[in-house]
Design a protein. Structure first.
Length: 266
């Protein structure tokens, strides 16, 4: 074989190798870092992960212990998405902190509960008792609306979804309502008569959500969502992530695993 012939064969072989390698490179998974709160959100996304892999996504699930840092991390580009909050909370974060984040799809609903380590029913809670609620406007307001819905307190008309303790107009049991970090409400049960606890924190603390002595009806704007940066909302990976989440397999897992304490919201 001549030098020219050998060179032609080598170039042909190299071209074939590059052609075969190109599809493999094109098929590399796209890494999507998604922030979650501990508990159900993390569990559900672990089930979403293999479905997303079939669509070319490599989900990296990162747990956060509070409700502030996941939005900060997303807005800063340290995450591609997060899954832990509802629309009123996201709206409040966008307004107060200037985050450029948007809702791209619904996930699950966690009916809020009032729990007690001392009393088995709300009727047993004595007058003047201390009740802990979350200190952020969205979750704390949600807890106050729950107390109003159950006839415990009355709030000013027109308070919307974010009432504060200052908006209470009637408090027949003269409850002392204190505000603490949402992540600490489960830990406060030893020190208060009752506490409003978000379901993910209840599950994380090994508290059965159906043991709540008052429980929110699954209604209103409190279905949780997946948030991304506004600049990413139309990217193909966002569609692939939602398609992986919004499947019969995930809906069946939610129903079986959480027995009604967490509800599919899509």
């Amino acid at each position: 074989m001549s030098i020219t012939t050998r060179r032609a064969a080598l170039l042909s072989s190299l071209a074939l190798s590059l052609a075969l390698a190109a599809p493999a490179l094109a098929q590399q998974s796209q890494v999507v870092r998604i922030g979650v709160s501990p508990g159900p959100h993390a569990e559900i996304l672990e089930k979403v992960k293999p479905l997303a892999a079939k669509k070319g996504l490599d989900l990296k699930i990162i747990e956060f212990s509070d409700y502030v840092v996941p939005n900060q991390a997303l807005d800063a580009g340290e995450l591609e998405a997060n899954s832990f909050q509802n629309q009123p909370y996201l709206d409040n974060q966008v307004k107060d902190r200037g985050f450029k984040l948007v809702n791209v799809g619904l996930t699950v609903n966690f009916p809020l509960g009032i729990y007690s380590a001392k009393y088995k029913s709300w009727a047993e809670v004595p007058d003047g008792a201390t009740v802990a609620i979350q200190n952020d406007p969205t979750n704390g307001g949600r807890s106050l609306l729950l107390l109003q819905d159950k006839g415990v307190i009355k709030l000013k008309d027109g308070v919307g979804f974010k009432p504060s303790v200052a908006d209470i107009t009637e408090n027949p049991k003269k409850l002392k309502i204190i505000e603490i970090e949402a992540a600490q409400t489960a830990r406060s049960l030893a020190d208060v008569a009752a506490a409003a606890i978000n379901t993910n924190y209840a599950v994380d603390a090994k508290i059965e959500p159906t043991s709540a002595i008052l429980r929110e009806d699954p209604k209103g704007p409190y279905v949780n969502l997946i948030a991304v940066r506004a600049v990413d909302k139309d990217k193909p990976w966002v569609k692939a992530l939602l398609e992986s989440y919004h499947t019969p397999e995930i809906k069946a897992f939610v129903a079986e695993r959480f027995k009604g304490s967490v509800l599919a919201g899509w």
